[in-house]
Structure formats: C-alpha cells, structure tokens
Write a new protein. Structure first.
Length: 90
C-alpha cells in the first residue's frame, strides 16, 4: 500500500518529487535517443555522421549530469565507451 504524506513538509516534498521525476524522465529520454542514433550510425559505419552525433550525445549527457539526473561517473563511462565505438569504425 502506498503511504500518503502527513506533514506539510512531506506533502511539499512529494509535489517537488513528482515535478523532478517528469523532468528527469525527459532528460533520460533525450540521452537514450541520442545514444540510439549514435549506435545506429556506428553499425552503418558512417564515421563522419557518428562524430557529429557523438557531440550531441556528450551534450545530452553533460546536461543530465548538470541537472543531477545522472551521476558524473556514469556519464563519463558512457562517453568513454561510445567514443571508443566511434573510433573503431575509422
């Protein structure tokens, strides 16, 4: 059973949490779409487009870190692995 907040502070925290959840889902969605498009370009072995897409991925990941949606080490790991994938197709 879901417990409902009782105190005024807990009610406010719940409202804030719901707003942050929506915002974080949008941020994560942008990251995943950017990663998906990059991986598609890598499988097609399109190096020039993949390097441009890599910039978009890095931008999306950095924004997610800035907004505390993702941990900085998680974003760093993803950037590292994806850039390694792009370098392989060169």
């Amino acid at each position: 059973m879901l417990s409902m907040p009782i105190t005024r502070g807990a009610k406010k925290a719940l409202r804030a949490s719901k707003k942050k959840r929506v915002f974080n889902l949008v941020r994560k969605d942008k990251v995943s779409k950017a990663v998906k498009s990059l991986k598609k370009l890598v499988t097609e072995k399109n190096y020039k487009e993949a390097t441009l897409a890599m910039r978009e991925v890095q931008k999306a990941l950095d924004k997610a870190v800035k907004g505390h949606t993702l941990d900085k080490n998680t974003a760093s790991r993803k950037k590292s692995r994806l850039s390694k994938m792009v370098k392989k197709i060169k």
